[in-house]
Design a protein. Structure first.
Length: 634
């Protein structure tokens, strides 16, 4: 029996295009007729806020520092619970989505093949988990916890503290972090590749939500969050590059002037690549950087305490799961020591991941297209967490082993100096700092290049290949905010970077909590969810009736039925909530006819009608090589 609905004249059909909502195979964003424009409100307001911030920091650094510290105190005191709740709820919700009846729903149309093979998909997820953060915090964070353990956990510099230090580090960088990314990626990918909405944060909340006041606010907060999170990463990378130059050249202390000069030079390089269209070169540079990062980790593993690490890594995993609930339960309610730890570490990390979520989420959505939610949840949570466990255990474990062996890693003059002390205690100490500087410089350029592309796309209603002038603006803004964040931090630049990221992330954390019911509402009306509901109801009713009337000897058939025995008696399939989302429109938002049997527009015009204005570059497919590059986010 055909699954196609009964054909009636469109004027008499209760459904768009005479297609029952349960029979829609899905709608991809490329099939929609869209005219992308620069959103003057989103771009204008977000741009004005960032320019104002940069000018304020340049004119009156002291007043900005005072305000940022006051804002941080308010966020920690009154909003810290939001981040803690988010870290716990996101993971639980994702597990529910992946392993409930919604797990069969694909991030794409029915029958669509995955965009990438399983091997390539996992490799890109690994790549997305590597970056400046691993190089900066990979040694600094575990050694800090070893010397000064989190409240109520272990005696300082004990064997317990050694394992607990890595467990706490992985807690910050593993499942909780990737649950935040994965939820955004799932919601954005579902909205774009199954509901036909633009790849914007606001699109999660409805077909044309990005054109509303609330939708524009969401996209503005997303842009600001990406900007501050990326600026923090670039600031960390710049601090470490500066320290590496000191070691290699023998220069004296590197001040803010030199650090800002480093930012300016690297910004010029990545902007030239961004506007000249040499995306292939940047992509190759990014791939080279992934290999170089893996070589550095492998070098530490081989040149360092190899046998110790082989025993250490499994023990770290066991400690991580054993102390999971203790780490989750830590909050300001445990006293001032716990509050200070949360402020300096855990809340900063949750805020950082929240700010990165629109950026990394969109990337993860693109490379996960065609995967079911069950596959998506399983792989996106586990694969990057495994690489975090291995990488941080190698970096941190080597540093702690050297500390216990008499090398004073913890006594380094600054956090960025710890890595160079570890390298100095191992072979090839004259060469490895150069590799680290190259690694950080390329991370800087590729991260900034990817971030400006995403921010520019969000400024133009999700345009896959945004205008060059918009890219240049956000690239310069990125450099400006990075410089201001370093200046605001002063002598304690790291703390200044962390404070500003935490403050900027709070509004978007609230948005992410609101994302959960919005995403769940979409999933509940998905065509596959409808079919599941109809099948379960119809089968249960039919089997009960068959057994009641015929005992063991009965068969099922499909026929018209009304009343409580009908499969969809409790569903209003003609309501706006069920059917309005797959109504096709033209570039001006006016309804046009579409044939879902043939999967084509009735007037046979091209599916995507984004015609560039004079002087603009043409739009490309969102799965182009440039957009398939991993964001080296941390």
């Amino acid at each position: 029996m055909s699954s196609s609905p009964r054909r009636v004249p469109p004027s008499e059909s209760p459904y768009p295009h005479d297609t029952h909502p349960g029979l829609v195979p899905g709608v991809s964003v490329e099939e929609q007729r869209v005219r992308y424009r620069t959103d003057k409100i989103t771009f204008g307001v977000a741009g004005a806020l960032i320019v104002g911030f940069v000018v304020w920091g340049a004119v009156s650094t002291e007043s900005l520092t005072t305000v940022s510290k006051g804002a941080l105190n308010a966020v920690v005191t009154y909003g810290g619970w939001v981040f803690t709740l988010l870290a716990a709820v996101m993971l639980l919700f994702l597990l529910f989505v992946g392993f409930s009846r919604y797990g069969r729903i694909p991030l794409g149309k029915d029958g669509e093949e995955p965009a990438y093979s399983m091997g390539s998909w996992i490799a890109m997820l690994f790549a997305a988990g590597m970056g400046v953060g691993l190089i900066f915090f990979g040694i600094y964070e575990p050694v800090t916890y070893y010397m000064t353990p989190p409240p109520g956990r272990a005696a300082a510099q004990s064997y317990h503290a050694m394992h607990s230090a890595l467990a706490q580090t992985i807690f910050h960088w593993g499942l909780q972090a990737w649950a935040i990314y994965a939820l955004v990626g799932a919601a954005v990918g579902y909205a774009g590749y199954r509901r036909g909405r633009p790849l914007l944060m606001s699109a999660i909340f409805g077909q044309r939500a990005h054109l509303s006041v609330g939708g524009r606010l969401i996209d503005m907060f997303a842009i600001v969050g990406i900007l501050f999170a990326t600026s923090a990463s670039l600031g960390l990378g710049t601090l470490q590059i500066g320290r590496g130059l000191q070691i290699i050249t023998g220069l004296g202390e590197v001040g803010n002037a030199v650090l800002i000069a480093i930012i300016a030079v690297l910004t010029c390089v990545f902007l030239i690549s961004a506007v000249s269209g040499v995306a292939k070169g940047i992509r190759r540079l990014s791939n080279f950087n992934m290999v170089l990062a893996a070589v550095v980790a492998f070098f530490l593993f081989v040149a360092g305490p190899t046998v110790f690490l082989l025993n250490f890594i499994p023990s770290v995993v066991g400690t991580y799961f054993g102390e999971m609930f203790q780490m989750l339960s830590l909050s300001a309610s445990w006293g001032t020591e716990a509050e200070e730890f949360m402020r300096s570490w855990t809340l900063f990390y949750w805020a950082w991941w929240v700010s990165w979520a629109p950026f990394v989420g969109v990337f993860v959505a693109r490379i996960s297209r065609g995967r079911t939610l069950r596959q998506y949840v399983s792989v996106v949570l586990l694969a990057p967490t495994v690489i975090c466990v291995l990488a941080f255990s190698v970096f941190g474990g080597t540093a702690i082993w050297l500390q216990r062996d008499g090398v004073d890693i913890a006594g380094a003059a600054s956090p960025e100096d710890m890595l160079f002390r570890v390298l100095g205690a191992l072979p090839f100490a004259q060469i490895t700092p150069i590799a680290i500087i190259v690694l950080l410089a390329v991370f800087f350029m590729t991260s900034a290049d990817s971030a400006t592309l995403v921010m520019a796309s969000m400024s133009q209603q999700g345009k896959p290949e945004p205008d060059r002038k918009i890219i240049i603006f956000w690239g310069v803004a990125l450099a400006g905010v990075s410089s201001v964040m370093l200046a605001v931090g002063g002598a304690n630049a790291l703390q200044g970077l962390q404070d500003l990221v935490t403050v900027a992330a709070l509004p978007f954390a609230v948005i992410l909590l609101a994302l959960i019911p919005a995403f769940l509402r979409d999933l509940s009306t998905d065509p596959m969810s409808l079919r599941h509901h109809y099948a379960r109801t119809a089968l249960d009713n039919a089997v009960r009736q068959g057994m009641d009337e015929h005992g063991d000897d009965f068969a099922l058939e499909v026929r018209h039925q009304e009343g409580p025995a009908a499969a969809g008696h409790d569903v209003d399939s003609t309501g706006e909530r069920m059917s309005s989302w797959y109504q096709r429109t033209d570039e001006n938002g006016q309804p046009v006819e579409y044939d879902y049997r043939q999967d084509t527009y009735v007037d046979a015009r091209p599916a995507v009608a984004d015609q560039p204005a004079a002087g603009e570059r043409p739009t490309v497919d969102e799965r182009s090589p440039r957009n398939g590059r991993p964001p080296e986010q941390h």
